[in-house]
Design a binder for this molecule. Structure first.
Ligand code: GDP
Length: 839
């Protein structure tokens, strides 16, 4: 290339001349100006310099390549335009283009870095915020914990104080009561008991002392609720200046008011709320927490109420049952000197060892038969005379009845006769009887029975009993042993002598005169006689015309009979008598007491009835829920039973015995037990609860029989307690082997009774259900209660003997050895069949 000037070179390089001059200067090439000639060497030098400076830039960049490249292009062109005057015009057009290229990964990296930076910052902020919150929370918790501890301490102090106060109040009350009684103001005393109850129910002042409140307040007046908004208190408009005690500010209560809440046997939810001075809704809420749904007007039992009161932080106090009752009963206390009284004896022992036979033998030989048909009647107890003294026997043998009585608080038995069959020895129920007698602290006299049998071995029985701690006197023990035979009567007199001997040791005494006290042994409803109760007089003297309160029933004693059906005018201690004239049927084990007038008897009767009603209701209501829950949760199988019996004693004995069969896997629930025939409502109840009905010496009436057919409820009839127990037990243990069972096949109603010289009494009957067969056994029912069991003597249609009579047909029925059939009775025909068990 020939020499060129700087200006020309700049044109080639397409850079401004000034810039080239600067670059040349930087490269250390001195030129005089734009017109100076630049040699090839100088050009090369400039190029090297420029490269060097570029390379330096390259070294700076991280990727070895520039991050950004900007390209510029400039093009020049000429456009010839034809003008309207025909002359052409030339226009110079220069187009400049500039484009910048940026490396993509660089950009992304940058964005990433920025993003990371933002994230990091955010994280840090978040962490510091959380840390701050955590610290704040910990602080709050600490403060809260301190506050709680402080409150607990204060509450505890307040509670202790409240208890002390309650005790003091109780003491004061007792003293007051004593004073009241002294003055003998009965009416006012009665009134007072009511008002005392009220006092206990009224809110007590918070027992908080100066030291226990933070602000030294002496009185708390705020409910456990946070008090609602109040209007600003205006200064009272009074004449004089008002001095405001600074201590009476609106401070938060420092401790809740703890009340001693008196709880009767049952209480309405609303009443309970009132006694704690809280809203009914709060009590309902607590009840719900405890798993009980209740309404404001519902009555809850004492146990539930106690839980609620405790849950709400108050102190429950069980009300002493019957203030009024105790008051009245105390005043009728038995007067008269203590006199010796005959012993009361219960016979116990294993099934089939001869308890009933022994009782029957003693009764038939020692009780003088009464006028009514020359028979003794079963009234649950009888009294015998021996040359050396009298003895009263309770004739519901077995420990079930004994225990049921004892469970009701009635301790009537003085001596237990333990019957053990000489050919069988000690059996499970023998052992149970020993335990029951021991638990009741009642001495035992052992009667080794059936010694008439060839395989009798009384010595073996003695040995077996010694092993159970029942040691004969002759072997150095304390127990009298007598060998007897209920069949032949051998040894029975000696047994009676031993009982009197044992009684002498016990030195039994009771008031001989004065108003009587007693215990109900048995009770039931009899047609034409109303409520009938056997009362064993335990002290004083019961007279015809006395006002008697028995359990929750009362009435004037209209008539009294003894076990031989002889009317009696009065009865002393240890005498069982049948009493007519009560307003209803008392329960076996109920106490009986003679009161001075009918008004008091009625009052107490009402009081007791109300109490039972409330308690029952309360228990039923909570039971229902419990049932649902327990069944849902546990999946435990249960056997439901509904018991109907002829007398109270049997119903109770059955209920207790059956309930005891429950195991951890199978529950036995007795949903009801009562006296009387099986009614439609019983069947419906059983159907609704999936229960089996146990009929003990009772039957279903017409409507009930229809209901049984319609619902398919399982009804079992029994006349022996042990059979019922064994059946239920077997069913439970899965021993569902086929059994021989009485199956009722027909029922006839007695429409007429006539005398036949050949057959005695013949009942003109209509078969109303099933069929009556000549060859089948029968039972005679009166008011759905079994009164006789036997065989048919004759079965006739018109004048012909027939073997079977079907429903809807009339017939004449003669019952063998029974001539007391009455119009209205029913004759039940049954068959002994083998059936598969199910329960
Ligand atoms: P319980 O279940 O204990 O009341 O027993 P029972 O009084 O019903 O008697 C059961 C069985 O034993 C009956 O068949 C009685 O006839 C029989 N029995 C009771 N006592 C005697 C006795 O002293 N001698 C004999 N040989 N049999 C008796």
């Amino acid at each position: 290339m020939s020499d060129v000037t700087v200006a020309q070179f700049a044109e080639v390089l397409k850079v401004p001349v000034e810039r080239l001059l600067v670059q040349l200067d930087e490269a250390g090439i001195s030129v005089s100006g734009a017109d100076a000639v630049i040699s090839d060497d100088a050009k090369m030098e400039l190029l090297t310099h420029l490269r060097k400076s570029h390379g330096h830039a390259e070294e700076n960049s991280t990727g070895g390549a520039p991050k950004k490249i900007t390209l510029k292009r400039r093009t020049q062109s000429e456009i010839r335009l034809a003008s309207n005057q025909g002359r052409a015009r030339t226009v110079n057009v220069e187009i400049r283009r500039k484009r910048t290229y940026v490396k993509r990964d660089e950009l992304e990296k940058e964005a990433r870095q920025q993003q990371e930076e933002v994230d990091r910052k955010r994280r840090e902020e978040e962490e510091s915020r959380l840390e701050k919150e955590r610290l704040e929370r910990a602080e709050q918790e600490r403060v809260e914990q301190e506050r709680r501890e402080r409150e607990l301490r204060e509450q505890e102090a307040a509670r202790l104080k409240a208890e002390e106060e309650a005790k003091a109040a109780e003491e004061a009350r007792r003293q007051k009561e004593a004073r009241k009684r002294e003055t003998g103001e009965r009416e006012r005393a009665t009134e007072d008991i009511r008002s005392w109850t009220k006092v206990a129910a009224e809110p007590e002042r918070a027992p908080v002392d100066d030291k226990s409140t933070r602000y030294g307040r002496q009185e708390l007046h705020v409910t456990s609720d946070i008090s609602g908004r109040r209007k600003k208190k205006r200064p009272a408009r009074r004449g004089g200046a008002v001095t405001v005690d600074s201590r009476h500010g609106f401070e938060r209560p420092t401790a809740p008011v703890i009340r001693a809440v008196e709880i009767p046997e049952s209480i309405k939810v609303s009443e309970l709320a009132q006694r704690m001075a809280v809203k009914g809704g709060e009590v309902i809420k607590v009840l719900m927490k405890l798993g009980t749904m209740a309404t404001i007007n519902q009555v809850i039992d004492q146990d539930t109420a106690t839980l609620v009161v405790e849950e709400m932080g108050h102190t429950p106090k069980a009300a002493q049952s019957g203030g009024l009752e105790a008051e009245i009963l105390a005043s009728v206390g038995v007067a008269g000197d203590l006199r010796p009284r005959p012993p009361v004896v219960t016979i116990m022992g294993h099934v089939d060892h001869g308890k009933t036979s022994l009782l029957d033998f003693i009764r038939s030989t020692k009780v003088a038969a009464g006028e009514a048909g020359g028979i003794t009647q079963h009234i649950g107890a009888y009294r015998i005379e021996t040359p050396n003294g009298q003895i009263a026997f309770l004739d519901t043998p077995g420990h079930e009845a004994f225990t049921a009585m004892r469970a009701r608080g009635a301790k009537v038995t003085d001596i237990v006769v333990l019957v053990v069959a000489a050919d069988d020895g000690v059996k499970p129920q023998t052992e149970e009887a020993i335990q029951h007698a021991r638990a009741a602290g009642v001495p035992i006299v052992v009667a080794i029975n059936k010694i008439d049998k060839s395989d009798a071995d009384p010595e073996r029985v003695r040995n077996e009993l010694v092993q159970r701690g029942v040691v004969p006197e002759e072997w150095g023990g304390e127990t009298l042993f007598v060998n007897v035979s209920a069949r032949t009567g051998a040894g029975v007199d000696k047994l009676l002598e031993s009982l009197l001997l044992q009684a002498e040791l016990l030195d039994l005494k009771a008031p001989g005169e004065g108003p009587a006290t007693g215990v109900v042994i048995e009770s039931g409803l009899e047609k034409g006689r109303g409520a009938v109760a056997t009362v064993l007089v335990t002290g004083g003297r019961l007279r015809q015309g006395d006002v008697l309160l028995a359990g929750q029933e009362y009435g004037r004693v209209r008539v009294m009979y003894d076990a031989a059906a002889n009317p009696v005018k009065e009865a002393g201690a240890s005498t069982p008598v049948v009493v007519l004239g009560l307003s209803g049927i008392p329960a076996a084990g109920d106490d009986a007491v003679v009161l001075p007038d009918e008004r008091q008897a009625r009052e107490l009767s009402d009081l007791r009835k109300a109490r039972t009603r409330d308690t029952k209701l309360a228990q039923q209501q909570s039971a229902k829920l419990e049932d649902v829950f327990s069944q849902l949760q546990s999946g435990v199988k249960s056997v439901q039973l509904l018991i109907k019996a002829d007398v109270h004693g049997s119903a109770e004995a059955l209920r207790d015995a059956l309930a005891k069969l429950a195991t951890s896997e199978i529950q036995v629930k007795v949903i009801g037990s009562s006296v009387g025939g099986i009614t439609e409502s019983d069947v419906n109840l059983a159907a609704a609860s999936g229960a089996t009905i146990i009929g003990f010496n009772v039957r279903a009436d017409g409507a009930a029989r229809d209901a049984i057919k319609a619902t398919g409820v399982d009804v079992r009839y029994y006349s022996i307690i042990y059979q019922a127990i064994d059946d239920v037990r077997s069913a439970m243990t899965g021993m569902l082997a086929p059994e021989i069972r009485d199956q009722i096949v027909g029922l006839a109603e007695v429409r007429d009774v006539f005398r036949s010289p050949k057959f005695g009494s013949v009942a003109g009957c209509l078969v109303v259900d099933g069929y009556v067969k000549r060859s089948n056994p029968v039972r005679v029912l009166r008011d759905h209660v079994v009164i006789f069991e036997g065989e048919l003597d004759s079965l006739r249609r018109f004048k012909d003997d027939v073997s079977e009579v079907r429903a809807g047909t009339e017939c004449g029925i003669g019952v063998r050895n029974y001539s007391d059939v009455k119009v209205g009775d029913q004759i039940e025909c049954f068959e002994r069949v083998q059936v598969a068990r199910s329960l």
